[in-house]
Design a binder for this molecule. Structure first.
Ligand SMILES: Cc1cc2nc3c(=O)[nH]c(=O)nc-3n(C[C@H](O)[C@H](O)[C@H](O)COP(=O)(O)OP(=O)(O)OC[C@H]3O[C@@H](n4cnc5c(N)ncnc54)[C@H](O)[C@@H]3O)c2cc1C
Length: 339
C-alpha cells in the first residue's frame, strides 16, 4: 500500500482537532500494515498523470512507483474543491489543518474573542463550528462565529429537519448563518460574499475555514458494479477504484462517506478474491446508506438511522455517533462488525 502520508487519518473525527492532539486521530500505516501483513510505502504517486493514460494500462506499468502488479486499486479519496482565493494567505482547509494544526491553535491563541468564518453549510462546517464554539466556551473564551452558505438552508443534502434543527441550535448559540450568500473572495482572515439582492459584504475574521465541499481526486473514476474501472467503454480487468474517487454503476450508494468507502472496498476485495483465488462468487455493489450522524458540539448531535424519517437528536444521537466511530476503529483493528 502506497500513501503520501505516514499515518491513516480518522477523518470522521477531525472536527475534534481543537481538543484532541492530531496524533490521537492518526494511526501509523506501518502499524496497520504489520497487523494485517502487507507492505507500506510512503510516497506520492503522480496519480493524475497515471490515470490520464487509461485505458492504456501499460503507461501505469511504466510508473516507477506502481511498476509491477497483478491488481491495482485506486483509493485516492477527495479533496477540497478549488476556489478562487488568496494564494499567499489561503483560508484553512481540511488538508492544511492536518498538515499544520499548530497554525490553527496559534491563530486562536492570539485572539481575545476570536472571530471565525466558515465557508459552507454542510456537515464539516457545522461540526467544526459547534465543536470550536463549545471548546472555547469551556475555556471561558467567547467567540463570534459565522457560517456562509450559498444555499437557503444548512445541511441541504440531509432531510429538511436537519437544517431546521441546526438553524435553531445556531440561533441559541449565537452563531450567525449568512444564507443565500455566494462567496466571491476569501483568505485566511476575510470573506467577501454577495447576497441575493446583489449587495456585497466583506467581513474580517481571525480565522477562516474553506469547507465549501470536496471533489474526487485527482478525478472521479467510473467503475462497474464490482469496482473495476471503466475507460473508453472498456472494463479494465485488473484496475479497481474504491471510496470517494470512485463512481460505481448501479443503484448502490456513491455518497462520499466512510460507510460507502468501506462497503465499496469490501465489494472489490470479494471480486478480486473470486477472480484470482477462485473463492465463492462475487456480489455486485448494492449498498444503501444506513444512516448519518452529525455532531453538534459536545452535548448534542443529529442523525438518521435506517430510515431517513427516523431522526434522533441530543445525547442519544451523540452516543450513536460515538458508536459509529468506534465501529470503524474496530474495523481497522481487524474486527469487521459491518452488516
Ligand atoms: C472533515 C470530514 C468529516 C467527515 N465525516 C464523516 C462522517 O461523519 N461519516 C462518514 O461516513 N463520512 C465522513 N466523511 C467522509 C469520509 O471521511 C470519506 O468518505 C472517506 O474518508 C473516504 O475514504 P477514501 O479512502 O476514499 O479517501 P480518503 O480517506 O480521503 O483517503 C485517500 C488517501 O489517499 C492518499 N492519496 C491521495 N492521492 C495520493 C497520491 N497521489 N499519492 C499518494 N497518496 C495519495 C491520501 O493521502 C489519503 O490517505 C468526512 C470527511 C471529512 C473531510
Amino acid at each position: 500500500m502506497l500513501d503520501r502520508n505516514t499515518s491513516f487519518l480518522k477523518k470522521i473525527s477531525t472536527y475534534r482537532l481543537l481538543d484532541t492532539p492530531l496524533s490521537d486521530l492518526q494511526i501509523p500505516y506501518e502499524r496497520i500494515a504489520k497487523k494485517h501483513g502487507f507492505d507500506f510505502i510512503q510516497s506520492e504517486s503522480n496519480a493524475k498523470e497515471v490515470l490520464k493514460s487509461l485505458p492504456d494500462d501499460s503507461a501505469i506499468r511504466q510508473d516507477a512507483l506502481l511498476g509491477a502488479f497483478d491488481v491495482l486499486v485506486f483509493a485516492t479519496g477527495a479533496r477540497t474543491a478549488s476556489f478562487v482565493e488568496s494564494e499567499s494567505d489561503p483560508a484553512f482547509t481540511i488538508e492544511s489543518i492536518i498538515t499544520n494544526p499548530v497554525a490553527l491553535h496559534a491563530r486562536l491563541a492570539d485572539a481575545e474573542e476570536p472571530g471565525i468564518g466558515f465557508l459552507g453549510g454542510g456537515a464539516t462546517s457545522v461540526q467544526f463550528a459547534m465543536q470550536i464554539k463549545d471548546s472555547l466556551a469551556n475555556k471561558g473564551v467567547a467567540s463570534r462565529i459565522d457560517l456562509v452558505t450559498a444555499g437557503s438552508s444548512l445541511l441541504p443534502e440531509f432531510p429538511a429537519q436537519f437544517g431546521q434543527y441546526v438553524h435553531r441550535v445556531c440561533r441559541a448559540q449565537k452563531i450567525t448563518v449568512h444564507y443565500m450568500s455566494r462567496c466571491t473572495q476569501m483568505n485566511a482572515t476575510s470573506m467577501t460574499f454577495q447576497r441575493m439582492d446583489g449587495s456585497a459584504k466583506k467581513i474580517g475574521y481571525d480565522l477562516v475555514f474553506n469547507f465549501s465541499g470536496v471533489k474526487a481526486a485527482p478525478l472521479a473514476l467510473q467503475c462497474n458494479q464490482y469496482g473495476q474501472v471503466l475507460a473508453d467503454g472498456r472494463t479494465l480487468e485488473n484496475i479497481y477504484a474504491i471510496g470517494d474517487c470512485s463512481e460505481f454503476q448501479g443503484a448502490g450508494s456513491n455518497t462520499k462517506s466512510a460507510q460507502s468507502a468501506v462497503r465499496k472496498a469490501l465489494c472489490a476485495v470479494e471480486h478480486i478474491q473470486a477472480t484470482y483465488l477462485q473463492t465463492s462468487a462475487a456480489r455486485a455493489y448494492h449498498y444503501q446508506d444506513l444512516g448519518y450522524f452529525i455532531s453538534l458540539g459536545q452535548k448534542d448531535a443529529i442523525g438518521w438511522l435506517l430510515d431517513k424519517r427516523v431522526i434522533a437528536t441530543g445525547r442519544s444521537a451523540l452516543a450513536i455517533k460515538e458508536a459509529i466511530a468506534n465501529q470503524f476503529a474496530l474495523f481497522l483493528e481487524g474486527y469487521n462488525t459491518y452488516v
